[in-house]
Design a protein around this ligand. Structure first.
Ligand SMILES: Cc1cc2nc3c(=O)[nH]c(=O)nc-3n(C[C@H](O)[C@H](O)[C@H](O)COP(=O)(O)O)c2cc1C
Length: 363
């Protein structure tokens, strides 16, 4: 019988090297944040006077930004998680770890995710593939989270990735019922996340009231069909490279059907993306690949410098638009252009603060 835990470990290393060394971004599909314009308030505010802070689980965080879960499970990934955690803690934002499947299979690997001891105060988000829930036991999942002192659990659904992964798990039957069950049975708040293909309105509705938040991880950034296409040396997947719901559309679809927090992620790359995400109602915005790149460049210092500049530029942009807090930015008016405006109309997901109402009247 193959040693599953060895396979899981080496896959984690391959993923990192492929994301860092190959072209793994969507080629023609974008997040559609470029269709959104945030209208200025008319007030004059300096970036220095902008309070970018917000709260998560009753705790203050420096900005509505988090680091998406990426790694853990191979001895060499501890250093990466630790460096990211040190920077996240110093800045004051949450971070996720990658799938904890490796430690579920082999508890000796728990230390590769266990970064709070080295990093200090931090909101830490655990991670598990949703299909694994069909076989895994709630009590053991709870122990797995507690053993790294995780504050939340992100459950990732990734049907596109699994479908093209050589060793993918493609029996998804019963997966949403299990997500809802685990959302109740686990002490930590549960987030439903994708990995770059987005969450639809239908899925958001399915888990409404059952999980704490949705993290859309939509299309426009890293494509996991792309990553797996490299792993399979082109045997699977390239036809689905562009498959997925653009992040901005996925945020608004999710918000139209889900009553809890909705997080924007997948292709978030600039301060403007985050400004627009807040203005369309996303409670947080997350990034994966840019953080990995900055970690590879200069460890914890590289991640800190990258995030620190991102937040400074974000505050300057919010100030230039005339808003002094996240609460004010959430109430900004937005103009939405094509093709996003028509897609929102088709999907019945037009936000209340969209000012170009004439678009809504197009039959
Ligand atoms: C190297 C790497 C490993 C990842 N591993 C996981 C994982 O184990 N679990 C998960 O939920 N998402 C994982 N992701 C997906 C990210 O959380 C995110 O959804 C995706 O990369 C899109 O974000 P981006 O465009 O900012 O990179 C990984 C991403 C990267 C870059």
């Amino acid at each position: 019988m193959p040693d599953e835990s060895k396979e899981t470990q080496s896959r984690k290393i391959e993923h990192i090297e492929i994301v860092l060394n190959k072209e793994t971004q969507y080629r023609s599909k974008t997040t559609l944040f470029e269709c959104i314009e945030v209208l200025p308030s008319g007030k004059r505010i300096s970036g220095e006077d902008v309070d970018a802070s917000t709260t998560l689980l009753g705790r203050k965080i420096a900005a509505p930004i988090f680091i998406s879960g990426m790694t853990g499970g191979h001895p060499s990934t501890y250093e990466i998680n630790k460096n990211i955690a040190v920077a996240a803690s110093r800045i004051g934002i949450p971070m996720g770890v990658g799938s904890q499947r490796a430690m579920y299979e082999k508890h000796d690997l728990a230390y590769t995710y266990d970064v709070k001891k080295a990093a200090g105060d931090l909101i830490l988000i655990g991670n598990m593939g949703a299909t694994k829930l069909l076989k895994y036991d709630d009590r053991k999942i709870q122990e797995m989270l507690d053993s790294i002192n995780a504050d939340m659990l992100a459950l990732h659904t990734n049907p596109a990735q699994e479908s093209v992964q050589p060793e993918g798990d493609i029996d998804f039957r019963g997966v949403y019922s299990r997500i809802c069950e685990v959302g109740k049975s686990i002490r930590q708040p549960v987030i439903l996340k994708e990995v770059g293909n987005g969450i639809s309105k239908e899925v958001a509705k399915r888990v409404d009231g059952k999980v704490y938040a949705i993290d859309v991880q939509g299309a426009g950034g890293t494509t996991w069909v792309g990553v797996e296409t490299y792993r399979s040396k082109g045997a699977y997947g390239s036809a689905f490279w562009e498959w997925g719901i653009p992040t901005a559309l996925s945020v608004l679809e999710s918000k139209s059907a889900f009553h809890g927090p909705v997080w924007a992620s997948g292709g978030i790359r600039t301060p403007s993306d985050i400004v627009k995400a807040v203005a369309i109602g996303a409670d947080m915005s997350g990034m994966a690949k840019p953080v990995l790149v900055s970690e590879r460049r200069k460890g914890a210092e590289g991640v800190y410098d990258y995030l620190n500049k991102l937040i400074m530029d974000f505050r300057n942009e919010v100030g230039s638009l005339g808003f002094s807090s996240m609460e004010e930015l959430k109430n900004a008016e937005v103009k939405i252009g094509e093709p996003l405006a028509s897609l929102l109309k088709q999907r019945g997901a037009i936000p209340k603060n969209m000012v170009n109402k004439e678009v809504q009247e197009i039959a």
